[in-house]
Design a protein. Structure first.
Lengths: 202, 202
DNA sequence: CCTACCGATCGGTAGG
DNA sequence: CCTACCGATCGGTAGG
């Protein structure tokens, strides 16, 4: 009751976003309903329209929030390590950590029904997040710019794939390796292999 | 009218599955509705219940079908190439091809709301598909079994991540590389790097 | 931020 | 495989 009260004093927007995140975590973006979010926040089913003009806007806000937070997380991780290879790995770890800690955000960021509400802010946030990955790949010191981009995309794909498969428990436990170990291993192999190829070529 | 008629003569099950696939492709598994599938197949909204006891079963059938077809595709690709490394790459290409050619299947196989209807047949089909990836990884001739599994999981993650990001057009076109090139590149780097590490260790 | 209400859609059952 | 119907839920508007 006490927390419900708090929403009435300026936190409703946040409460609605949190409720929507929980819904997205379970059933994806399409499972988010304005009415259920309102219910969980303890308000009437159309109070949300005070804060979001419609459902699409609410979900787009969540997605943007996710990309902003992801970019921040990646940038922080990158800034904390000196050695380029370790920095590459640390950034990968940060991606995994974000994906694990924000399943609801991941669902709206990459789930179905995304193409719809591509606000400019959302576009910008998504591009910014990917920029960090490109920056980290650039640390490998590969001369050819196109190859740097390829390393970034390959690494991003690997991290993303592992994160979503893990989130859905689609990675057989028989593997017996923690997600962290796999991120470390995969990232290091990719980094070294790309860097080595580039060195040979020049 | 002619094709609608055909459904009345034994093809309704298939028509419903195809309609559901189209729905899943657009909005994920949660966007599949029995009624809309029936509508598209040209039958009354509850004719589907003749073929599927409920909605969950319909979706589980689609998912199982997807895993069976994926496993078949991967196995075929693997069988067509001799050299272990090329075989590894060819299998990766097959994964990408499947993901591109079956977006509806991919959505139900890996989308939200999967945990629900895990029939034994579905479980078996999914495990079988992953087995192929493990087999291909085993071709690398890595002695340590655990390391072979890790290579398989890392590669599967990479292929899966690239496929889903590409399907959602989340890979910036600025990369200027086709998905095929990235699969080839990533697969080759991973294969060689893992194999080389294993050789050094022994 | 609320009550009351709208048209639409859904999963599923009854009964044939 | 169909018509008719059920209870429930949804997005959104009206009006305050």
């Amino acid at each position: 009751m006490a927390n419900k009260r708090a929403y009435h004093h300026g936190d409703l927007r946040r409460a609605l976003l949190d409720a929507a995140l929980a819904l997205a975590e379970d059933g994806g973006p399409m499972a988010v309903t304005v009415r259920e979010a309102a219910r969980r926040a303890g308000v009437s089913h159309n109070a949300p329209y005070r804060h979001f003009p419609d459902k699409e806007t609410l979900i787009a806000a969540l997605s943007e929030e996710g990309f902003v937070e992801l970019a921040r997380t990646l940038r922080t991780a990158r800034a904390e390590v000196r050695d380029p290879e370790d920095r590459f790995v640390a950034t990968g770890m940060a991606y995994l950590r974000f994906a694990r800690g924000h399943p609801g955000h991941m669902a709206v960021m990459f789930g179905p029904g995304v193409a719809k509400s591509q606000t400019p802010e959302l576009q910008r946030a998504a591009n910014d997040a990917f920029q960090v990955v490109k920056d980290v790949a650039a640390d490998a010191g590969i001369v050819e710019l196109a190859e740097t981009r390829r390393l970034g995309t390959v690494a991003w794909s690997f991290l993303h794939g592992l994160s979503v498969l893990w989130a859905q428990k689609q990675v057989p436990p028989s593997v017996g390796s923690s997600a962290e170990l796999l991120v470390e291993l995969g990232s290091r192999h990719l980094y070294r292999s790309f860097a080595q190829s580039a060195r040979k070529r020049s």
